[in-house]
Design a protein. Sequence first.
Length: 335
Amino acid sequence: MKAIEVHGGGGLDKLALVERADPGEPGRGEIKVRIRASSLNYHDLMVVKGMIPTPGDRVPMSDGAGEVVAVGEGVTDFKVGDLAVSTFFPDWLDGEPPETSFNRVPGDGIDGYAREQVIMPATAFTQAPKGWSAAEAATITCAGVTAWRCLVADGHLKAGETVLVQGTGGVSIYALQIAKAFGCEVIATSSSDEKLERLKALGADHLINYKTTPGWGGKARELTNGRGVDHVVEIGGSGTMPQSITASRIGGHIGLIGVLAGYSGEIPTVAIMGKSIKLIGLTVGSRRHQQDMVRAIDVTGFRPVLDKHFPLAELGAAFAHQESGTHFGKIIVDI
Ligand SMILES: NC(=O)c1ccc[n+]([C@@H]2O[C@H](COP(=O)([O-])OP(=O)(O)OC[C@H]3O[C@@H](n4cnc5c(N)ncnc54)[C@H](OP(=O)(O)O)[C@@H]3O)[C@@H](O)[C@H]2O)c1
């Protein structure tokens, strides 16, 4: 079978298309999946560029979706032909997060899904949303479940609330779609007016260009008649957090997810205390979160926003496209 490996300490020009042995037949509790698609996340970029060190033959990509081609003894969740989608933490099935470790995250601590076939415990996959393609399903594992956990599992999202989403990456667009599916108002930001128009078409109620309006937190407050937003899906980190706090209502919830605008900075302690902000850091989610999200998608029927598709052999070009920042939604690798 074909696979991509990260060679020579990483770098987009060090991704090698290789032949690997067929993984054989699944054992008890395992399934064999013919992976058909993966999708790109910032975490995968860090692996392939060597910013997260991995062994010299690591198969990258945390996200994988494809059809089940064989089922081991004792597996009841899947049958041959089902479209299955991988989970980010294969061992976190439910409940509180285990001590965060990437030791068993596919595409980081263990081989990921930039390959044609895998055998994994059945519990490392869930069913895909009904009627979705493999490319669509492959966007759930990291971006989708992160947005779901932030807003629904941790944020207890309710109809009528206001959600602020930042930029037009995978997590933020999922957050917008989840918020609209729940009957919420969405304030969306982007560096591009053209992308803002596309967010409007997806249902965003208010648009702010964060480049031309650097004080977008105050603008968001104004849009809520001074009350402030109920939830912020914080993908910028330290560089955007002060504006997110400004945007938040008293008792507002900020889910700290990403670090695109900085890894560290001053902590605005007084503002956090004064506004009783509920600030939570989170890393993707459990298999239960993914199953809950799939059920919600099956009922509400929204579809993910896919950007460009690349073949497996052009994974490096796919990451170069991600680095260009011109994408809108999820970049897909067809396998
Ligand atoms: N904690 C977790 O579990 C988890 C899970 C997934 C991702 N993440 C993290 O979340 C972040 C986003 O991930 P992603 O996969 O959605 O990335 P992505 O698809 O590559 O998103 C990139 C987009 O983010 C927007 N952006 C960049 N800097 C921004 C800023 N200063 N303010 C507002 N928006 C900004 C840009 O949107 P415009 O072009 O519209 O300006 C850019 O196109 C990354 O840091 C990633 O590591 C964390």
